[in-house]
Design a protein around this ligand. Structure first.
Ligand code: ATP
Length: 258
């Protein structure tokens, strides 16, 4: 029997990136020929070393490239059957794409709860809806409830990452782009964060595209993965298949960890 690996989606992918090229400052070609898909309810990993082009690809999808003086200079991006190439980030946020940037961006001088509330304003909710949504985030992240009145800047790295994800959840996204959620965090905290991602995926059918250098944790939670190198996709496959391939572990990420 032929066990060909099939990409997670067919025609009605939630997100379809088709052969894109991204240029910074009309001069620096950061990403070329990148195609990938995320189906409704999938967790897809985008793997690669530093500078491979993962962040740029995510920013192209969320529209944030424009804030970095970059643009999608070739190819197309479709989200929910609509062409979203070059559409501004705030428009895409309203359509259901939320981007949690690398490096745990939180408003350091605001409290944890104020940070969460800031994520809710996008939808212009009533006070009651906002309170309800806050409760929902605290149910997912009990640590945030505990720290709700603390200044975000003095919470731990793991709490800040949870806060960045919690604030993104306040926008009620259909697709969350997560850029290196494991970066700089202790393994036990990374496990906790990925466990919550897996639960959100299972219970709310939320879709995720997760850029990671931590191949082991990403492949354990994703169903499908793409591997990037020097701005291109150089490999892809079912996560379970890729996890068994020693060449990927060693060549791209310097040996098996954990
Ligand atoms: P990292 O984990 O370090 O963020 P990455 O895989 O996400 O790596 P990118 O940050 O997307 O990779 O970088 C891809 C390429 O784009 C690199 O060659 C980088 O130098 C270039 N690049 C990224 N940001 C900019 C920018 N603002 N201006 C010019 N070039 C950039």
């Amino acid at each position: 029997m032929n066990h060909a690996i099939i990409a997670p989606t067919a025609p009605q992918a939630l997100l379809a990136v088709n052969d894109i090229e991204v240029m910074y400052d009309d001069a620096i070609l950061a990403v070329a020929g990148v195609s990938l898909q995320v189906g409704q309810g999938d967790i897809v990993a985008l793997l690669g070393a530093n500078g491979a082009g993962k962040s740029t690809t995510l920013k192209a999808i969320s529209g944030l490239v424009q804030a970095d003086r970059a643009q999608v200079s070739r190819g197309h991006i479709r989200f929910q059957e609509q062409d979203t190439t070059g559409v501004a980030a705030h428009v895409l946020a309203r359509r259901g794409i939320v981007h949690v940037l690398e490096g745990r961006h939180v408003f350091a001088h605001l409290t944890v709860e104020e940070n969460l509330r800031s994520g809710g304003f996008l939808r212009n909710p009533t006070r009651r809806e906002l309170e309800h949504d806050l409760e929902r985030i605290y149910a997912w992240f009990p640590r945030l409830r505990h720290k709700r009145r603390a200044q975000a800047g003095v919470t731990s790295g793991g709490e800040q990452q949870m806060l960045a994800i919690g604030r993104a959840l306040m926008t009620k996204p259909r697709l969350m782009l997560l850029d290196e959620p494991s970066m700089g965090l202790a393994p036990i905290i990374v496990e906790e964060i990925f466990a919550i991602v897996a639960q959100l995926n299972a219970q709310e059918r939320m879709s995720f595209l997760v850029a990671e250098q931590n191949i082991n944790i990403a492949l354990r939670h994703a169903s499908y993965a793409y591997i990037m190198e020097s701005g291109r996709v150089v490999g892809e496959g079912a996560a379970a298949e890729l996890a068994r391939r020693d060449d990927i572990q060693h060549f791209y990420l310097g040996g098996k960890a954990g």
